[in-house]
Write a protein that binds this ligand. Structure first.
Ligand SMILES: [Zn+2]
Length: 209
């Protein structure tokens, strides 16, 4: 193969691989991901919160959990979760830094047993057709100004690449099982910043999902 041809192919491959990675994020690839099954469009954004140990911010344990490197002896809680195989596409830290674990075109393992309720019907297995953003936090604390700014910027980028029309919290697709992102997540503020239309959640209120 001629050199020019090879360079062209390499450049195309690089563009392809960069396509699903947010340029402003630090990349920490997770093995806990696979190909999306079927041809369902990715039309759901799921908001979560996480902190490890719960309520402590700033450490490296979330990255360790999502890359199967958590040390079960470092904290009593870690022993309970060390065998989990989970991930999210993104993690937005308290200071607004963004970490990406999974290409947006692949399936991250963030929703678990879940069901999206819309006026059009019900769909299970939300991982198949969603992107997951974890905000560093807890159910009982407000999120930071920088997190809303970073989350909005990230979501605008996502909306240019994926046909996202539904916006839900983890607790709304896994009621009774999950409680995040909690009552302190300001949906109005997030939607204003990210450009989501009110319809992305109005159906949710009507349906009490
Ligand atoms: Zn969650």
């Amino acid at each position: 193969m001629r050199l020019a041809q090879r360079i062209k192919r390499l450049q195309a491959a690089r563009r392809q691989s960069a396509h699903g990675w947010y340029p402003r994020a630090r990349r920490v690839p997770s093995p806990n991901a696979d190909e999306r099954s079927g041809s369902t469009p990715v039309d759901l954004l799921v908001i979560h919160n996480i902190s490890l140990p719960p309520g402590q911010f700033g450490g490296s344990a979330v990255e360790a959990l999502f890359t199967n490197r958590i040390d079960p002896s470092a904290h009593p809680f870690f022993a309970q979760i060390a065998d989990l195989r989970v991930s999210a596409h993104f993690f937005v830290r308290r200071g607004g830094q963004v970490v990406q674990f999974v290409d947006i075109h692949r399936r991250a393992w963030h929703a678990g047993v879940s069901e999206l309720v819309t006026p059009q019907g019900r769909r299970e297995r939300c991982n198949d057709f969603s992107v997951g953003i974890e905000f560093e936090g807890t159910d009982d604390k407000v999120f930071t100004v920088r997190q809303y700014a970073a989350g909005a910027r990230l979501t605008r980028w996502l909306r240019r690449r994926l046909p996202l029309v539904h916006l839900r919290g983890h607790s709304e697709i896994a009621p009774g099982r999950k409680t995040d992102p909690g009552a302190h997540f300001d949906w109005i503020r997030f939607m204003r910043g990210s450009g989501f239309p009110a319809a992305a959640r109005s159906a949710c209120a009507e349906l009490q999902c």
